[in-house]
Design a protein around this ligand. Sequence first.
Ligand code: 5AD
Ligand code: SF4
Length: 469
Amino acid sequence: MATNFDVRLETLTGRAAQAFASTRLDDSANIVSGARTFYLETFGCQMNDHDSEKVAGVLLRRGYRQVETPAEAQLVLYNTCSIREKAAQKVFARLGDMKIMQGTGKWIGVLGCLAQQEGEEFFERTPWVNLVCGSASYRKLPALLAELEAGNSRVAGLDTDTDETFETELTRRDNPVRAYITIIEGCDKSCSYCVVPFTRGPERSRASAAVLEEVRQLADSGFTEIQFLGQTVNSYRDSSPRRMSFAELLVAAAGVAGIRRVRFTTSHPRDFGRDIVEAIEATPQLCDHVHLPVQSGSTRVLSAMRRTYSRYEYLDKVALLKSARRPISMTTDIIVGFPGETESDFDETLTLMDAVQFDGAFTFSFSPRPNTDAQHLPDAVSEEEKAIRLAVLMQRQREIQQKRNDALVGETFEVLADGASRREGQWAGRTSSNRVVNFTSAAPVALGEYLQVRITKAGPNSLVGERAI
Ligand code: 5AD
Ligand code: SF4
């Protein structure tokens, strides 16, 4: 992942700046003549983004220095995604571009989900690849790197039958205001369309004490917002005898001195209970936002997807969230065109969206994936029909978001400033509900600062405002 520490430092203030300064010192301390260099590009989800931060940490610890282009690098790494066909194609295109580097002495490595899915096939299909390592094997990365450095030109880490999680001594943080913490890796849910259980292996939760220690370290280095990550984050099962529940872990993290915002994603509806809503209600530091993928509004399709809940059970979870003492914003993921999805199934998705009024939705067209049961299901929906359904869904959701955001005009929210906006003289930040706010301020704004912003205008995807005080 290309990062420019200097640019970021200019806009950082206070303790967060010190944290980055020390990372940067670590980094520049490794700039010795002849030191190895790496380039790292990340595709896909936040889990991958955060894995890349840890991979960068492992490399920095080994004396590598990060560079901005593959041309400058001794080691070129792609941390890949294979959730949909398009994501996989993008990676193959990138690897195709690297063919000209063959014979130049560079090492090319493929990490992440596509690495796990295709395995040693990469050595056949793209023989200029030297390293293939799936996310469940990242603990082996130092050993794999040592093999490369020793002259072995084809090394692979592809086990998924592991109970290990990926812990590092150093994690190089790319986001200056939000720190990610993986609390559970892998997935045991086996949704019929999804590659994740194959690419990331079985669920492994970290011990609560290790998670909370990381929260404390992040707070000490100046972070005020943390986000717990997991493919099914709320399926967390403390792997230590302390046996903290997910909700208890959230509350404990929120209680760490210096932490002002705790987020978590992605939640699975099956494991989403009242205790999580009660924790949010009782703990101001727990952000009022839940990402709860529904995937479809039709019980018939949900059952074919093996989502383990019906439309009505999902709506019960929504009712739980809507009954909370403070408003909790809800976002979701939806797939259209699952095999066998009829017009009437699709209508049920639309009526569910009307009923729930999501604040945001990631919408996807079904993509058949290797190893999954859904790829063999009959009654495929045509690409044309999928495109129509996707467009209808997105338009409906856009209208819902516009209406919901319009209702916020005139209100004032606490916003965490996280960057300059695209417009000159404007800043960007997020509310606790995870809405993006572009705002103006007469006084200077520091990255990582919390300020009150009055909303003056609303679009479907973001709000506009002015600093209130
Ligand atoms: N086709 C389309 N969308 C998919 N997703 C996962 N697998 C597929 C697939 N095969 C979507 C789901 C999931 C999100 C991360 O990606 O909505 O929640
Ligand atoms: Fe994939 Fe389902 Fe696991 Fe989510 S819960 S990662 S969609 S198998």
